[in-house]
Each structure stands twice: as structure tokens, then as C-alpha cells.
Design a protein around this ligand. Structure first.
Ligand SMILES: [Zn+2]
Length: 223
């Protein structure tokens, strides 16, 4: 299981959690757009120190033009690009958070072909899913899928090749979705929903997509 974080305080908690469960937890550290304003002045140094200790990836990092984020987009883009460069330098996968900023994301991703990138909590459209997949960007689906119309969910799922498809527990969608989708134990609910929509056998579909995630974060999986 890979746990992504967004800010310094979380980094400490995640490091402790990984120490407790070294065979289960893969840690991913990054500065999320929501927390950029409150980040310590030396956050870059702190992040690099985390990566030196242990890490399976960089993230969550990204862009957010939603109401929850007041950080100017230019500032977000600079912080995001710096972290993407760091991921490339260290051959690490990056988990991307993107809200209403797809044009900017595609602009920043230009020239980054070959980097291992994953857009998490995807819930935009089939067309954007297709554009991301065309660039080799992985997509991760969470509880949002359960609150979508069947048509929309199917439009998204049908655009994501199996070797780019992941599932996750992070979720900030409609309150009608089952509460467990916020916890790792809720991931099977999302997998079950996707398998049903794609008319696949749930057990083998779950095994196949878990293998995709394992390969994505493969360089640092504990032996
Ligand atoms: Zn996110």
C-alpha cells in the first residue's frame, strides 16, 4: 500500500507509520498545493532529507484551481515543477493532485514523457482520461467513482488501459458514498464497482490492478 502525504506534519506521521509497518507501507512525500502557504522556509531541504531516508515516490503534488486553494496558480506551478524535476532526478514515481487545472497540467507535463506519473482521485471526464493515458500517465480512481452516474464512470473507465489503472481510498466526494471508501479497507468497494462496470471478474481484476500499482512503485518495495 502506498501512502501519499501533502505537508511537513504529515511527513513525520507517515515516517512513524512506515517504521511500524515496514512491509506494508510505501511512503510518498510531497508538498501539496493546499499546504504551500504554510510550508516552512526550508521545505525543499526537509523533503530531500525524507527522500534520502526512504521513499517510494513523490506526492501528493500538483495544481488546484478549486475553492479550497487560495495559492496563486503561478506559485503552484513553480512548486509542482520543482518537485517533478526532483522525481525525475531520483527516478521516483510522482502522485499528482489536479483540480480544474488540466490545461496547466498538460502544459507542465510537456517534455516529461517517460516519467512515472499518476493522477490520483481522478473524476474529470473520459476525454481528459484519454489525453492522460495517451501521454502514458497513470490514473487512480477512488470513492468518487461510486457517486458518479454509470455513464460517466463508464466513459472514464473505458479510456484507461489496464496497465495504467489504479485504485485508492482517498476521497472527498458526495456524502452519499459509503464511509469506508475513506479507509484502505474501502478500496475493494471501488474495485468491485469498476469490475462490475467493465464486466470483469472482480477477483482477477483486483489482482491485476494491484500488480499494476506494485510495478508502479516497484523500485522501493521492501524485499
Ligand atoms: Zn489530492
Amino acid at each position: 500500500m502506498c501512502c501519499a502525504t501533502g505537508v511537513g506534519g504529515d511527513w513525520d506521521r507517515l515516517a512513524a507509520l512506515r517504521e511500524e509497518h515496514p512491509q506494508t507501507i510505501l511512503a510518498s512525500y510531497g508538498l501539496h498545493p493546499w499546504w504551500m502557504d504554510g510550508a516552512p522556509a526550508d521545505w525543499k531541504k526537509q523533503l530531500e532529507a525524507r527522500l534520502d531516508e526512504h521513499c517510494a515516490g513523490i506526492g501528493e503534488i500538483g495544481l488546484d484551481k478549486g475553492r479550497r486553494c487560495a495559492v496563486p496558480l503561478a506559485q503552484q506551478a513553480a512548486v509542482f515543477s520543482w518537485q517533478l524535476d526532483l522525481a525525475r532526478e531520483r527516478h521516483l514515481p510522482a502522485s499528482i493532485h489536479c483540480v480544474h487545472a488540466w490545461d496547466e497540467l498538460f502544459r507542465i507535463l510537456r517534455g516529461r514523457e517517460g516519467q512515472r506519473l499518476l493522477v490520483h482521485g481522478f473524476g474529470a471526464s473520459g476525454q481528459i482520461a484519454r489525453e492522460l493515458a495517451r501521454r502514458g500517465v497513470h490514473l487512480s480512481l477512488g470513492g468518487k467513482l461510486l457517486g458518479m452516474s454509470q455513464d460517466r464512470a463508464q466513459a472514464i473507465l473505458s479510456e484507461i488501459p489496464m496497465d495504467l489503472l489504479h485504485f485508492e481510498s482517498d476521497f472527498s466526494g458526495p456524502p452519499s458514498a459509503p464511509a469506508p471508501t475513506l479507509e484502505p479497507c474501502g478500496v475493494p468497494l471501488v474495485v468491485e464497482c469498476a469490475a462490475r462496470l467493465l464486466k470483469k471478474d472482480e477477483a482477477s481484476f483486483g489482482t491485476e490492478t494491484a500488480a499494476v500499482s506494485e510495478a508502479f512503485f516497484s523500485t522501493t518495495i521492501p524485499s
